[in-house]
Write a protein that binds this ligand. Structure first.
Ligand SMILES: NC(=O)c1ccc[n+]([C@@H]2O[C@H](COP(=O)([O-])OP(=O)(O)OC[C@H]3O[C@@H](n4cnc5c(N)ncnc54)[C@H](OP(=O)(O)O)[C@@H]3O)[C@@H](O)[C@H]2O)c1
Length: 296
């Protein structure tokens, strides 16, 4: 049973989502670590810290997240997003700790025209997507392994794999903060208008994650959490720039094909949520984001 007395441990506290998870956990019993305090690829340190803290819930907001660099650093991406997560899951399973982990729309190839349900078959197009899928699989394998003999802890830990997409938030660099910086300059800039997904405000995702856990209604498994509404980077950036009071014709649409990059990206990686209440529309969340970053 997860309630106000639950002890949380958060990993990746300095990331975009990690910051917002700290915001929503402020009135809860939680301890949080950044990479300097705990590198999750150090298995011994990982186990020691988890056993020191003895949380009821472990939230993993760490990630190797450089999609292009992962193409040449696949081993490192697999280590952080895959094998380390597998070890984390094994510890959680052995000690009855509930594990929350975040994954991505990039586990899909984006070829399905009506989007992806939680149970759809993943097929990543790039190294980052493969590493995140490895993490998902290692969690399921570890958490669903049979307990043997006397081994089972008092209360069996659950797991929640939460896939999200197009994350934006106040902390850390993301495409939207770069676009706002560009919009204040005079030269035109381009954004892709043929890559579709559902944008997600990091604070909304953090709140929904806490709600999902504390409702105690949901089983272990894969969940899709995004804001509602499907868009592309061009429309998202145009809306942002308009709402921020800049002239939107500083932007020009372009296609994915005009923007060659080391990693292939899915064209229509829309995550369908068939399990949880819908979150608000991304346009509403975007206005809160602008208020948060206090544009002049
Ligand atoms: N951002 C998106 O658009 C997006 C979209 C879909 C899914 N997601 C998923 O959402 C989750 C949160 O993403 P985010 O945008 O908040 O990521 P982020 O801002 O890049 O934060 C990730 C954090 O993990 C830390 N980290 C990296 N390697 C580590 C290690 N070995 N040990 C401990 N910490 C380590 C990073 O530290 P350093 O910065 O010092 O390396 C960073 O503080 C991730 O699972 C990501 O895959 C994100």
């Amino acid at each position: 049973m997860i309630d106000r007395s639950t002890r949380y441990m958060l990993l990746g506290k300095d990331g975009m989502l990690g910051h917002e998870l700290q915001t929503v956990l402020q009135d809860r019993d939680y301890v949080a670590f950044d990479k300097d305090e705990l590198d999750i690829t150090d298995s011994e340190a990982l186990k020691t810290k988890i056993l020191d803290v003895r949380p009821d819930v472990l939230i993993n907001a760490t990630a190797y997240r450089d999609v292009n660099k992962a193409e040449s650093e696949e081993e490192l991406a697999n280590l952080v997003n895959g094998y380390a997560v597998g070890k984390m899951a094994k510890i959680c399973r052995d000690f009855g700790i509930t594990l929350v982990h975040f994954s991505t729309d990039y586990v899909f190839d984006g070829l399905k025209k009506d989007g992806y349900k939680e149970e759809d078959q993943p097929h990543p197009l790039n190294a980052y997507g493969r590493s995140k899928l490895l993490g998902e699989q290692m969690i399921v394998d570890a958490m669903e392994a049979e307990y043997e003999g006397e081994e089972q802890p008092g209360e069996e830990g659950k797991y929640f794999i939460i896939r999200t997409s197009y994350l934006f938030g106040k902390h850390g660099e993301n495409l939207l903060s770069k676009m706002l910086a560009n919009a204040s300059k005079t030269e035109k800039f381009k954004a892709v208008n043929d890559q579709w997904a559902k944008p997600t405000y990091a604070l909304d995702l953090a709140q929904q994650t806490k709600w999902l856990l504390e409702s105690n209604e949901y089983e272990s498994g894969i969940y899709h959490i995004t804001n509602s509404g499907v868009t592309n980077w061009y429309e998202l950036a145009r809306t942002l720039i308009n709402d921020a009071g800049f002239i939107s014709d500083v932007m020009e649409p372009c296609s994915m094909a005009d923007w060659p990059s080391p990693a292939k990206r899915p064209q229509y990686s829309v995550l369908l949520n068939t399990k949880l209440p819908e979150m608000r529309h991304w346009k509403e969340a975007l206005r809160d984001y602008l208020d948060e970053i206090k544009m002049p």
